[in-house]
Design a protein around this ligand. Sequence first.
Ligand code: CTP
Length: 417
Amino acid sequence: ASETVNMEENMRMTLPDSIQQWLQAVGEEGARQHLRTYLIGGVVRDIILQKGNEDIDIAVEGDGIAFASDIASKWNGELHKHEAFGTATIIWPDGLKMDIASSRTEFYEKPGSLPDVESSTLKEDLFRRDFTINAMALALHPEEFGDLIDHFSGLDDLKRGAIRVLHNLSFVEDPTRILRAVRFEHRFGFAMDHETEAFIAQAVNAIHALSTDRILAEFQRLTAEMPPGQLFYRLQKLDVLSAFLPGAVWDDSAERMLPYITSLQSSLFMTLLPLFLQESGRVLSAERVAVRKQDKQLVRHVHHLLDESWDASIEKPGDFHHTAARVSPLSIEIAAYCLEYSAGQPEKAALLRQYQDKWQDLPPWVSGAELQRLGLRPGPLYKFIISETEKGIINEEITSSREALDYAESLIHSYQS
Ligand code: CTP
């Protein structure tokens, strides 16, 4: 066996004192109860890399919830049990949060079935994780505090910059790991090894089975960490972009649109992402990924502007008026980009932009008060007459308040007779 690597020095350098003290206390209490305790997950990776991370995940070789209850009551922690998962969260009086899990519940089902039950249960826990660099543990037991447990050569992979899965079905079991792999590649400047990349191809069906919520949550994490263009490029290269976002392609037109949509607030960005990545001329159902009601509405508006079969009849900016008036200025902007880059209709996009410019400083020539003075009884006709008059102003068929009032009056007469 290779020599044990001890990371106590790295822990001292990267973890705040308070966390170190908690970890020592947990290790000591575990020892008193004859339980081994470990620090596991991403924080181990980050301690080795000497990067800050205060996400404290602890594995107990035994009943994690019972252990968490013990120490929480002993040291006045606030305990939250998650029985279904065999885990608990403790919030300590100093605010530190700590997740505690049983490294394996089968521990109780087959006691003594393995010569070294303790370390093998931890090993099985680690084996279920995503990548070797995330599947290491640090012992907290006082006699081995800081010892690195590395069954899958995670340390070597960290040193050579490799993202490597632990087994061939890892991505099939959890296809969001593909997105995590891309995120870690970017974050650390690492690369998946060839075998890991090859396993992705076998997980395409599993990607299709993912819920929209899970995909979006992962995309949100990704786009918070890396430029979306790089993300799409990488996913397309891995041949899974359209598996995650149905119909999506990353091409020149999508790339041209990107700076615009990345300036949107993140929820809108996520909603519109598939719309911007759609294949040229093809209207994609972005509603699938629009989760919130307001997002769905926005997508519908944009689609409406794209779908209207005006193509032949559109001649003036005002021709958009009746549809566009229901749409927010932001959606109009978005629709213009879609028209230009996705649908390949730059002339239509130019008209829509002209429309928006004019609409934004529309002179208030005809108002409800004016219509009332002209003797029109308040009712649904108000909205129609104002809208028709606005359309005339946008198309420059009406150029003064006098003309606007005359036009409104003529409409009133034609509808009242
Ligand atoms: N994990 C996994 N498969 C996933 C998500 C997480 O195996 N789909 C495991 C990994 O071992 C990971 C740990 O759960 O290290 C904790 O997950 P999370 O906190 O999401 O990941 P971190 O690695 O800590 O990443 P980050 O630094 O972005 O928080």
